[in-house]
Design a protein around this ligand. Structure first.
Ligand SMILES: [Zn+2]
Length: 177
């Protein structure tokens, strides 16, 4: 007797033996715990174009308007044209969350300050981790091939997220371990 056709338990995040690493990621994706699963876009040269908060969808990294570089009057349209410096980078609500694993390793990921401060459940933290693993797996597959990427993903999924915290200023000032 096997329990069949039972709906996935929301927020249950129980280990699911028998599933391949990629199936486990897909299972998390379909729970809907993470509204903005595909949360970033890159430019053709690889630089980040936009990053959304994975939980609320807010844009936390994107186009920033810099100082005016030149200003002139366009005679044809009779308008003043301002040319500004444009750059791409973190916006006001951008924060780095640190997901610590039981084995002592950690994983850093961007989120908005509001979501990070509002408290994130263990199931949401795992979903955040899985969304990042899917993106990293795709990047590794491009450079090292499917086999290497799958082996890497399997190892990462063995890590159990223990807690999620905001990256503190003290941590930022510490030398690299
Ligand atoms: Zn958010």
């Amino acid at each position: 007797m096997s329990p069949q056709n039972q709906p996935e338990e929301r927020g249950g995040s129980k280990p699911t033996p028998g599933k391949t690493p990629k199936e486990r990621i897909q299972a998390t994706k379909t729970t809907g715990l993470l509204p903005k699963w595909e949360y970033f876009k890159r430019m053709p040269d690889g630089r980040l174009l936009v990053v959304h908060c994975k939980l609320c969808g807010k844009i936390i990294y994107g186009k920033r308007m810099g100082p005016i570089i030149s200003q002139y009057k366009d005679r044809a349209s009779k308008t003043i044209v301002l040319e500004r410096e444009v750059s791409y980078g973190p916006l006001g609500e951008y924060e780095i969350a640190v997901l610590e694993h039981e084995d002592g390793s950690s994983h850093e990921t961007p989120l908005c300050a509001t979501c990070l401060d509002s408290g994130i459940s263990a199931a949401q933290a795992e979903a955040i981790y899985h969304a990042d693993l899917e993106a990293l797996h795709a990047a590794i597959r491009e450079t090292q091939g499917e086999g290497e990427a799958d082996t890497w993903l399997d190892a990462q999924l063995r890590k159990r997220p223990a807690q999620l915290r905001r990256r503190s200023r003290i941590t930022e000032m510490m030398p690299e371990a």
